[in-house]
Design a protein around this ligand. Structure first.
Ligand code: TRP
Length: 528
């Protein structure tokens, strides 16, 4: 990944690579549990809105930035425009103001975070955003992705050894609780599993068998899709499945809150792998003849399709089995073994499913680590092994702490006290704090700032110029002409006022940032 001359072999290869990064635990594990927690159908609608109104414009924006700069996220912000602008200094000052207000409430940890970010924005300008993008957010996510990876690993083991042959809700819960909630006395297994997952990821990065893993995932991803289809079929033919369908497709807006909207937005970014430099990095490997808008729409649709399929596979079963849909991160781990039990050869299904999920998790984890490692190799001029020797122990340590504090803190009350004081989490675990921190804070903030950067500093004019190359003039054609099929592609002169590029530019300047900001403020409780 570090050779900048490299390019994707084909548009199809690029789309598959992007889809490979986008489709992961987010689509099966995370999508299903947050949809369950936020009331189903209405949340799904908001989620689709977020994908189309905010996700697609930002993905297009990141890809365009990456292709224009042909370099890593830090260099991208360095190359595309002035490193510092009034806007970046204003952001820095605002962050410092936040830091001071946190300090006045005695929240030292957050005060320190905002102070560092603010000082960095004032001193280094937009490059700070590149660092946030390219290194901090992916590592932050990886730290807790590893915990879920560990759970998956345990489930693979349990399915191989036949321990997943559960018949009742109580049995399923009994298998899952020691793993996910780490009750008193049970912490060694999850800890070892998390470490094993993290080290496997690190070893793959170390020996660089990325190609092997990619080929592997090309087999297992379709298999995962196939399994989802089988599961959908199984779920829909269960008695009581219609309740699940109603939950997923008949909107009930009373279930929707400000938090849900922010959760939907955060998940759209997460699922599309936005706000993490990976899209910029992938865009940098694109040739100029790639049709960026088309690729973006295809990738976003593929990712959303997989999520909806996972929802269709999971919720009818959840309701038919009498589970509550809002049981949180443990949802798929409890429900699927029970559902498989109703099929012949249940052990085989369990094994294949959890192995497929494990591989999806592993390929995502590998690319989450590869981004920051590459960035550090390029920018710090360190050897790959040195970067890994520094990063991996820290990552493993953080992951282990999250694992130990993923349920309640009954094993380590002192640790719990410390964590609650530092992160101000009175409810929920450290795991939840990381999940919320990444999806509701880090990623939305990174995406918001990118929108400001692309819309107001780099400028839509440059962006559209880059986007035009490869898009056969479709970006400049009036939408009616495109939709009606009478497309007289108009590449010379000004774009038509109702053309995709004008609409996109308007979105990234006004609509998307305002939507992100509103959802963010709503999530903070400003409108309540
Ligand atoms: N989109 C991935 C998923 O749905 C998670 C993810 C977020 C990711 N950002 C990423 C994976 C960057 C690889 C690279 O699970």
């Amino acid at each position: 990944m570090s050779e900048k001359k490299e390019h994707w072999g084909s548009s199809f290869g690029f789309i598959m690579a992007m889809a490979g990064s986008a489709v992961g635990l987010g689509n099966i594990w995370r999508f299903s549990f947050i949809t369950g927690q936020n009331g189903g159908s209405a949340f799904l609608l908001v989620y689709l809105g977020c994908v189309f109104l905010v996700g697609i414009p930002i993905m297009l924006c990141e890809l365009t930035m990456g292709r224009a700069a042909q370099s890593n996220p830090v260099r991208t912000f360095h190359k595309l425009g002035p490193e510092r602008s009034n806007l970046s200094s204003t952001i820095g000052v605002l962050a410092l103001v936040c830091a001071i207000s946190f300090l006045s409430f005695g929240h030292f940890f957050y005060a320190a975070l905002f102070a560092i970010a603010g000082a960095s924005f004032i001193t280094f300008g937009w490059v700070t955003l590149g660092v946030l993008y390219g290194a901090i957010t992916p590592l932050f996510i990886l730290a807790y992705y590893g915990v879920v990876g560990g759970w998956t690993l345990i489930y693979v083991w349990k399915s191989v050894t036949g321990q997943l042959n559960v018949h009742t809700v109580a049995e399923a819960t009994a298998v899952m609780t020691p793993i996910i909630m780490t009750p008193k006395g049970y912490w060694a297994t999850p800890l070892i599993a998390t470490l094993a997952f993290m080290l496997t990821t690190a070893v793959i990065i170390w020996i660089g068998v990325q190609k092997g893993i990619e080929r592997f995932s090309k087999i297992f991803m379709p298999l995962l899709a196939l399994l989802l289809v089988v599961l959908i079929f199984r779920g829909l033919t269960l008695e009581g499945a219609s309740k699940g369908l109603r939950f997923l497709f008949v909107p009930d807006f009373s279930q929707l809150s400000g938090r849900s909207c922010l959760a939907a937005l955060g998940h759209a970014f997460y699922s599309l792998s936005l706000g993490m430099g990976i899209t910029i990095t992938y865009g940098a490997y694109l040739k100029r003849d790639n049709n960026l808008p088309r690729s973006t729409v295809i990738i976003a649709l593929l990712d959303t399709l997989v999520s909806v399929m996972a929802g269709l596979a999971i919720f009818p079963v959840v309701f038919a089995m009498g589970f509550a849909p809002d049981s949180g991160p443990s949802l798929i781990f409890k429900v699927l073994p029970l559902a498989f039990q109703k099929l012949p050869l249940s052990t085989v299904w369990n094994i294949i499913f959890f192995v497929a999920v494990l591989i999806a998790a592993l390929t995502s984890a590998v690319s989450l680590l590869e981004g920051p490692v590459c960035l550090m190799v390029e920018e710090l001029k360190w050897k790959r092994s040195r970067v890994l020797l520094v990063l991996v122990p820290i990552l493993c340590f953080v992951s282990c702490v999250i694992t130990l504090a993923s349920g309640d803190y009954s094993n380590f009350p002192k640790l719990g006290e410390f964590i609650q004081k530092t992160f101000l989490t009175t409810q929920g675990s450290l795991f939840d704090t990381f999940d919320t921190g990444a999806c509701q804070w880090l990623i939305p903030i990174a995406c918001f700032l990118t929108l400001l950067y692309a819309g107001w500093v780099w400028g839509p004019k440059e962006a559209v110029k880059e986007m035009r190359s490869g898009s056969t003039g479709a970006m400049d054609t009036h939408c009616w002409h495109l939709l009606s099929g009478v497309h007289e592609y108009n590449v010379t002169g000004d774009p038509s006022p109702l053309s995709p590029c004008v609409i996109w530019a308007f979105f990234i300047r006004f609509i998307s940032p305002i939507l992100v900001l509103l959802a963010f403020l709503d999530g903070l409780g400003v409108f309540r």
